[in-house]
Design a protein around this ligand. Structure first.
Ligand code: NAG
Ligand code: NAG
Ligand code: NAG
Ligand code: NAG
Ligand code: NAG
Ligand code: ZN
Length: 275
C-alpha cells in the first residue's frame, strides 16, 4: 500500500526526515524545525530534492509533478466534477495542531476505516472514484499561482482512497478580504511552532469552506503529485477558482504561525490540465 511504502521510505531515512506534509501526519514526530541538521530536504531548496535520495527521484524525473502554474486562459474544468457527499455538510471532529509549517487538522476515524469521513466522488478514466477527507494543512505562500499571481497561503484538503492511499487534494487559495472567514472563525485561533507537539481537539464544518468558494463550482484540475519528497504521483489536484477570503487579523494569525512551505512550480508535462 502506498501509504505504507511512504512511511517505510521515510523511516529508512531515520529520525531526520520531516513529515511528508501532503499526506502523512504519522511521521510528524520527526518534525524538529529548530535543528537544521535534522533536515534532509527543505522547501527553500526544492530544486535538488531528486539528488538527496534515490527514493526521491520522481521529484526530479517525474512527469506529473505538483504544483504547476495555472492560467485563466486555460479555462476551467468541465470534467472530473467533484460530487460532495452528505458528510461534507456535517461536522467533523479531529485534532488541530501545527504541522511544522502552519495550521493543520487531522480528522478522527477508527483505525484503518476511512469511509466514515466526509467524501466526494469524481470520475477519472471513466470510473467513479470516492475519496475521503483525512485532514487539512496550510502552506504559505500558496503553492499554485494563477496568471502569475500568488496568494498568501493555500489550504489543502487531503483525501485518500477507502484504503487510506493519498488520492486527491482540494486546494483553496487564501488571501485577505473584507470580512472574516466563518470557517477560520470556528477554529481555535492560536497555535505556535513552540507548541508543535501540542494537540487540541476541535470540530469543523468542511462544507463551510466549500460555501466560501461558491461550492467549488469553478476549478482547475490536473494529475499531480505530493508536493514534498518522495513526490509520489497519482494525486489529482482540484484548485478552486474562487479565493478563500479571510479577515486581515485572520490572515495575520495564519501567517504568524506559518513558515515558507511552497515547492517551486514545476514544468507542465503530462498533467492533462482540465482534460
Ligand atoms: C497529535 O495529533 C497527530 C494527528 O492526529 C498525531 O499524529 C500525533 O501523534 C498527536 N501527538 C500527540 C503528542 O498527541
Ligand atoms: C449540502 O448543502 C447544500 C446547501 O444547503 C446543498 O445545496 C447540498 O445539496 C447539500 N449536499 C448534500 C450532499 O446533502
Ligand atoms: C463530534 O463530536 C460531537 C461532540 O463530542 C459529537 O456529538 C458528534 O457526533 C461528533 N461527530 C462525528 C462526525 O463524529
Ligand atoms: C458515475 O456517476 C454518475 C453520476 O451518478 C453517473 O451518471 C455515471 O453513469 C457513473 N459512471 C460510471 C462509469 O459508473
Ligand atoms: C504573533 O504571535 C505572537 C505569539 O503569540 C504574538 O505575540 C504576536 O503579537 C503575533 N504577531 C502578529 C503580527 O500577529
Ligand atoms: Zn499540501
Amino acid at each position: 500500500m502506498l501509504a505504507k511504502l511512504l512511511i517505510s521510505a521515510l523511516a529508512a531515512l531515520s529520525t531526520l526526515t520531516q513529515a511528508c506534509p501532503e499526506h502523512d501526519f504519522h511521521a510528524r514526530r520527526h518534525i524538529k524545525r529548530a535543528e537544521p541538521a535534522d533536515t534532509v530536504w527543505a522547501y527553500e531548496a526544492s530544486y535538488n530534492w531528486g539528488q538527496l535520495s534515490e527514493s526521491f527521484s520522481l521529484c526530479q524525473a517525474g512527469t506529473q509533478q505538483a504544483p504547476i502554474p495555472l492560467l485563466l486562459t486555460q479555462g476551467l474544468s468541465l470534467n472530473h466534477i467533484p460530487r460532495f457527499g452528505e458528510g461534507y455538510n456535517g461536522t467533523a471532529n479531529g485534532t488541530f495542531f501545527n504541522w511544522g509549517y502552519g495550521p493543520a487538522m487531522s480528522l478522527a476515524h477508527e483505525q484503518g476505516v476511512y469511509t466514515t469521513l466526509p467524501s466526494f466522488t469524481f470520475d477519472d478514466n471513466g470510473v467513479n472514484e470516492t475519496v475521503y477527507l483525512t485532514g487539512w494543512h496550510i502552506h504559505a505562500p500558496a503553492d499554485h499561482s494563477v496568471g502569475g499571481d500568488r496568494s498568501k497561503a493555500e489550504l489543502h484538503f487531503v483525501h485518500t482512497t477507502s484504503e487510506g492511499t493519498p488520492r486527491a487534494v482540494l486546494a483553496f487559495r487564501i488571501d485577505p478580504g473584507n470580512s472574516d472567514s466563518p470557517f477560520f472563525a470556528g477554529l481555535p485561533r492560536y497555535f505556535s511552532f513552540r507548541e508543535v507537539e501540542k494537540n487540541t481537539t476541535t470540530s469543523m464544518s468542511p462544507g463551510e469552506v466549500l460555501r466560501e468558494v461558491n461550492w467549488f463550482s469553478e476549478f482547475w484540475t490536473y494529475r499531480g503529485s505530493l508536493t514534498s519528497p518522495p513526490c509520489t504521483e497519482g494525486i489529482r489536484f482540484f484548485v478552486a477558482r474562487n479565493i478563500l477570503f479571510v479577515g486581515n487579523a485572520q490572515m495575520q494569525d495564519i501567517l504568524n504561525v506559518s513558515t515558507y512551505s511552497a515547492r517551486a512550480e514545476q514544468e507542465v508535462w503530462l498533467h492533462q490540465i482540465n482534460v
